[in-house]
Ligand binder design. Structure first.
Ligand code: ZN
Ligand code: ZN
Length: 360
């Protein structure tokens, strides 16, 4: 099985045509990779109505030859955007679509200066990201493999967690195990947050020692064959006070309610609301301070965002996280996160670690 680059390019070209542009200049590297397979860190993909040209520099001649699919490769001595401007001039195009969310103001101004005066830049948003929301079978296989590897790491994290050990030490054990298992890298900075720090939803591992008593939130993921995994488990060090147990069970119930709400046709806002309703009943709604989840794929945070007010509708083939939490300042926090694949009738939970409260 392989990635369907020609179909992806064709769909991107159609979207751009609807917006009445002659071509799309793709500068966001994950989008470049998605459309033509190039895994390097510098280059520009030009999507025309019926072909593509990938422009990069001499550092990537060999890599581009090996990786780029379905696109002509042009090696330039100067900047890729300058070469792109020459292409525009030669073709006589007047309307150029750019990725407004990824091109800096400086890049856009510089590009505009190189273009013929009559050329207009059209700002597009999410042209490629919309396509990336629905995963192809090969992508799902890769995501499954990444999630499996990620799930297997939890055991290492739990074993490393002891009072007095630095959070960074636990993160290091996890990351070392990931590399040994063959991960390309971690998909984001590993979060290990213990005791009162567990109430910081994005508390990166610090030099603080693991507290003698309290929650430890572990949020981590690997990149495997380009695809990310993302999971969170919260464990407890020492005897579990009754109120802490209640917080944990409420978050667990909220997470299950959101998973149960995932099926094609519902809005992502409804999935978010399912988690929030449970936490509200438990009196914890005000401690749930982030969205319920996000898409995952080539990047750790992709569309759709599973949150209030987002109009996106859940569709089969999406891979999203479900990760409600409750963070009580001065006490501690709990988050439980799984990755799920949306199926024809509901969803399949890909992450396979236990959600019983593990006590060490
Ligand atoms: Zn996470
Ligand atoms: Zn996440």
């Amino acid at each position: 099985m392989s990635m369907n680059y020609s179909l992806r390019q064709q769909k991107a070209a159609e979207t751009v045509a609807l917006g009445k542009a002659d071509m799309l200049v793709v500068t966001h590297m994950p989008n470049v990779r998605y459309l033509c397979g190039f895994e390097g860190s510098s280059g520009v993909l030009i999507v025309f109505q019926n072909k593509c040209t990938f422009i990069t520099d001499g550092r990537y001649t060999e890599q581009a030859k090996q990786q780029v699919k379905n696109a002509r490769v042009a090696i330039t001595k100067g900047a890729a955007l300058a070469a792109a401007a020459k292409l525009v001039e030669r073709a006589g195009y007047t309307s150029i679509a750019i990725e407004a969310e990824h091109m800096t103001v400086g890049m856009a101004a510089g590009f505009k200066r190189l273009l013929p005066r009559k050329t207009r830049l059209r700002h597009t948003r999410g042209v490629v990201e919309q396509l990336r929301m629905l995963k192809e079978p090969e992508e799902i296989d890769r995501i499954r493999a990444a999630v499996r590897m990620g799930s297997d790491l939890l055991e290492t994290g739990i074993r490393a967690t002891r009072p007095g050990v630095a959070e960074t030490q636990v993160a290091a054990e996890l990351e070392f195990a990931a590399r040994r298992a063959g991960a390309d890298g971690m998909s984001f900075d590993t979060i290990v947050a213990s005791g009162v720090r567990s109430a910081l939803p994005h508390g990166r591992a610090s030099n603080a020692p693991i507290a003698r008593n309290g929650f430890v939130v572990m949020d981590f993921g690997v990149i495997l064959a380009g695809y990310c995994s993302d999971m969170t488990r919260t464990i407890h060090v020492g005897r579990v006070p009754t109120d802490s147990r209640s917080i944990y069970e409420a978050v667990r119930e909220a997470q299950q309610a959101a998973i149960d709400a995932v099926r094609p046709g519902v809005t992502v806002a409804a999935v978010d609301a399912a988690a929030r309703t449970v936490l509200k009943r438990a009196g914890l709604a005000r401690y749930f301070t982030h969205s319920t989840g996000h898409g995952v794929g080539l990047e750790i945070h992709e569309s759709p965002r599973i949150a209030r007010g987002v109009p996106d509708v859940v569709q089969a083939g999406m891979v999203i996280t479900i990760e409600p939490g409750a963070y009580v300042p001065g006490k501690g926090g709990v988050r439980i996160e799984d990755m799920v694949l949306v199926t024809a009738r509901g969803c399949e939970v890909l992450t396979f670690a236990t959600k019983e409260l593990v006590v060490v």
